[in-house]
Write a protein that binds this ligand. Structure first.
Ligand code: NAD
Length: 365
């Protein structure tokens, strides 16, 4: 596949969408552009067999449009399997807005984005992801009902990140139980990479349990804030993957488990919030299995957020949100055991269950 246009008169044949490596029979990909607000967004709808495609919007300063497209395709596909394995009647979708959330996000841009979401008549329902807040979703709500993750004061379930972190904590405990025979995290050395909304809340759970928590982030101010609040240790090096640790918790962006990092990893467990942690699901899932590293599939253990926003559509309360999120412990343990018994990767074991649920529904329809 050629991924570059030399110049307009010399148009090289490209396969920009259907030929993308990350394209996996997505149902619909929508490009949104608005000159006045500077909005450039892509909405990916991967699969709607189980229900409307629900997934957050990420605002990120991508190096290229290819990176943005690749990200939205990978993320929306991940949402399909996340909702399926969690037992929710939702399909998989996601959106990315190209730009710097700190300097380029305006109320006008968010509302314009909301209008594009509205134009899809509910096939895609949005929520927050990296670079977004509940306040941003409140702005989107002004122009469309197809948004979740809005403020509690406006009738929503509020910021999903603390629930996501709680689910990750549950999944991490299950993985520790599988790897070490105990789910008690006290004194475990845990590296949390990325201490944004989810990472910080995870650090809180880990600190409360007495784990030895190391934190890393690109944002120095946040690092110092989280260090002071939870007595975590700032990792000052530039390559945490090779450090001695029990658990690696990726909570920044995806693809940090890759050719370059796997062979350095000393952790026996990987359990974090980031979506798409494996750069290549098949290859890197297999490498982890061969190295005896227990990987808690990201789309399984970071489902707390979608459980939280789904409550807005199904009208269930906090009690049910917590119950569903705590169940991530049992599902994770089940899947780790299943992968072990069947000699397959943990990612594959989770994926197979999710796919089977989608296939069964498709047959019914
Ligand atoms: P966030 O934007 O609040 O935080 C991300 C943090 O990662 C930021 O502090 C950023 O500075 C840091 N970061 C970025 N690149 C980094 C790098 N290379 N090294 C170290 N730190 C880096 O985002 P969030 O809502 O906390 O989400 C974190 C991850 O979890 C994302 O991958 C997101 O898709 C995933 N996730 C979030 C939710 C949710 O409820 N928010 C749900 C499911 C999955």
């Amino acid at each position: 596949m050629v991924t570059e246009l030399v110049n307009s008169s010399e148009l090289i044949k490209v396969d920009p969408v259907f030929g993308q490596q990350s394209f996996d029979n997505h149902e619909q990909v929508v490009f949104c552009n608005d000159k006045d607000t500077g909005l450039k967004a892509i909405i990916g709808i991967h699969n709607t067999v189980l229900g409307p495609a629900l997934g957050g919007t990420r605002m990120w300063n991508y190096e290229s449009e290819w990176d943005a497209l690749n990200d939205v395709l990978r993320l929306s596909r991940g949402m399909t399997f996340k909702s399926a394995i969690t037992g929710l009647n939702l399909g998989g979708g996601k959106a990315v807005i190209i730009g710097d959330a700190k300097t380029q996000k305006t109320p006008e841009l968010m509302k314009r984005f909301g209008e594009f979401v509205h134009s899809l008549s509910g096939r895609y329902i949005t929520a927050e992801d990296v670079g977004m807040t509940t306040e941003d979703m409140d702005l989107v709500r002004e122009v469309t009902p197809y948004v979740t993750g809005i403020s509690e004061s406006k009738g929503g379930a509020g910021n999903p990140s603390p629930i996501t972190a709680y689910g990750v904590f549950m999944g991490m405990k299950a993985a520790a139980k599988f790897a070490y025979g105990s789910d008690i995290l006290e004194d475990r050395v845990i590296y949390v990479e990325g201490i944004g909304n989810v990472g910080e809340a995870l650090v809180e759970h880990l600190s409360n349990e007495g784990a030895k928590v190391f934190i890393s982030d690109l944002n120095r101010e946040r690092l110092e804030y989280v260090r002071d609040k939870y007595k975590a240790v700032i990792y000052e090096g530039d390559n945490l993957y090779g450090e001695a640790m029990d658990i690696y918790a990726p909570c920044a962006l995806g693809a940090t488990v890759n050719d370059a990092t796997i062979h350095q990893l000393k952790a026996k467990v990987i359990a974090g919030a980031a979506n798409n942690q494996l750069a290549d699901e098949q290859k890197h899932g297999t490498m982890l299995r061969e190295r005896g590293i227990v990987y808690a599939p990201d789309f399984l253990i970071n489902a707390g957020g979608i459980i939280n926003v789904y409550a807005e559509l199904e009208n269930y309360g906090k009690h049910e949100i917590i119950r569903k999120t705590e169940n991530i412990y049992n599902t994770t343990l089940e899947i780790l055991n299943n992968a072990d018994t069947n000699n397959i990767t943990t990612h594959q074991a989770a994926f197979d269950i999710a796919q089977a649920r989608i296939d069964a529904r498709k047959k019914e329809n």
